[in-house]
Ligand binder design. Structure first.
Ligand code: SAM
Length: 194
């Protein structure tokens, strides 16, 4: 109990520090709530052999939910740009493929760090996509489409609760979209299928 409290305090402190240094890139002042993380993990592929790519894992709130829902740690590939957060992930998830780098370079990074992984069953993203220009977000969405298996899912949350058609993801089919109120701030989880 005390250990869990200390870990939560450590993670929130790290988020606040990193947010103060770079709010646009950090994208949040605190890790996601267990409710939001579970809503993301709900979309794990059913095939236990499938790899899952997590983008922007931070200190591992969503990662923990993915493993709790049954993802094998060695089937998780996570790309985190912030080296301090990546160090936390390495320590907490030693069997996962944790890559310190830029999600926009995912094709190169996957080739260099995980050459046996050619496609994934799901991409679970917490990247603050709305903070990036449309063209940049569209380029990322295309790379995600390329790495997904047929019928693979792309799951993304956003603090923008409205539901405008997201023209940056027009090559994937929207299949679900729900608001998770028990998070600070509330977030919308959107799911797309290849
Ligand atoms: C909103 S936080 C989410 C963290 C965690 N998944 C959670 O839900 O608590 C966004 C994360 O994306 C990371 N990030 C931002 N830009 C990135 C990029 N270009 N490539 C990889 N990670 C990035 C940030 O460092 C941060 O950890």
């Amino acid at each position: 109990m005390a250990k869990r409290f200390l870990a939560a305090l450590h993670d929130t402190t790290l988020f606040v520090q990193e947010w103060l240094c770079n709010p646009q890139r950090t994208g949040a002042v605190a890790p996601s709530s267990p409710k939001l993380a579970a809503a993301m993990a709900h979309w794990l592929p059913s095939d236990p052999e499938s790899f899952v790519l997590e983008l922007g894992p931070g200190t591992g709130a969503v990662t923990t939910a993915l493993l709790k829902r049954g993802l094998r740690e060695d089937r998780l590939v996570a790309i985190e740009r912030n080296p301090k957060m990546a160090a936390v992930l390495h320590e907490r998830f030693p069997r996962a493929h944790i890559i310190t780098g830029d999600a926009w370079q995912m094709d190169t990074l996957l080739r260099e760090h995980a050459e046996e992984i050619h496609s994934v069953g799901a991409v679970i993203s917490s990247l603050p996509l709305m903070n990036f220009p449309s063209a940049q977000a569209a380029a990322l969405a295309h790379k995600i489409g390329d790495v997904l298996k047929p019928e693979g899912k792309f799951v993304q949350y956003s603090y923008h609760l409205g539901r405008p058609a997201d023209r940056r993801i027009d090559h994937l089919h929207p299949i679900a979209s729900n608001i998770v109120w028990l998070n600070f701030p509330p977030a919308r989880v959107s799911v797309y299928q290849k």
